[in-house]
Design a protein around this ligand. Structure first.
Ligand code: PGA
Length: 260
């Protein structure tokens, strides 16, 4: 069953200053002027330093935006961290949590992510929770177990009603970035099914079927549709192939022509 809406977005990682941001959004808006936002949700996740530029640029826009990480506390002695209360100033819609680069380089773990999800929901941000197994996990055939474990910890104690305002991105670590190889559509379908089932077990089927599950990892113009046509793939979370507005807009238009 296909959800009504398709979700297409990009995490900019540590790219683009304010001037780049302004230009990107201006150009993207021109390319997608005809897009029906009832059919697709489009989002950008810039670095913190671009958030005020994004807020201004998207004031009357239906494009959604968010931040790449946050602390779970409102304030405190946590040098270098940004709190949900601070992010509220920028009217963000989304908060990306648990990207594998944060797990790998900054030791972020599922217990921290559980705290962050709860804090995000308290502030009415939509958590975009990234889960994904490492190459080694895949080699030993334990990808499904890793994903289930991540979800069970990250969603521990999260109220079922909150799931209406929560998205999941499946991002296998081995598929991300320059050295990554995209997962096969069959494999993505299998893991997305496991994600849906796990949420169903933790809550119930009704709740599970409403949660958007996005795939991310070396998505580009040529392979985007191969993922989107699979069951339980409700959208794409794109890195490199969406850092140029033109190529992002091509993926958006292609998706609308093929699936909407
Ligand atoms: P990529 O990044 O599309 O450049 O592989 C995906 C991600 O890290 O979310």
């Amino acid at each position: 069953m296909r959800m009504k809406k398709i979700y297409l977005g990009t995490n900019w990682k540590m790219h683009k200053n304010s001037a780049d941001t302004k230009l990107y959004l201006q150009t993207l808006n021109e390319y997608i002027i005809d897009v029906d936002f009832e059919k697709v949700a489009i989002f950008v996740i810039p670095p913190y330093t671009s958030l005020s530029t994004v807020k201004k640029a998207l004031k009357n826009s239906k494009l959604l935006y968010g931040a790449q990480n946050m602390h779970w506390q409102d304030e405190g002695a946590f040098t270098g961290e940004i709190s949900p209360r601070m992010l509220k100033d920028f009217d963000i819609d989304l908060i990306e949590l648990g990207h594998s680069e944060r797990r790998q380089y900054y030791n972020e773990n599922d217990i921290d992510l559980n705290r962050k999800v709860k804090a995000a929901l308290k502030y009415n941000f939509t958590p975009l929770i990234c889960v994904g197994e490492k190459e080694e996990d895949k080699k030993y055939g334990i990808g499904p177990e890793v994903i289930r474990k991540q979800l069970k910890i990250i969603l521990h104690g999260v109220d079922g009603n909150a799931l209406a305002n929560l998205w999941i991105a499946y991002e296998p670590v081995w598929a991300i970035g320059e050295d990554g190889k995209p997962a096969t559509p069959d494999y993505v379908k299998m893991i997305h099914g496991i994600i849906r089932d796990t949420i169903g077990e933790l809550y119930n089927e009704e709740i599970a079927k409403e949660v958007p599950i996005l795939y991310g990892g070396s998505v580009n113009e040529n392979n985007a549709y191969l993922f989107l046509r699979e069951e339980n793939v409700n959208g794409l979370f794109i890195g490199r192939a969406a850092w140029e507005p033109k190529s992002f807009s091509r993926i958006i238009h292609q998706t609308i022509e093929t699936f909407c």
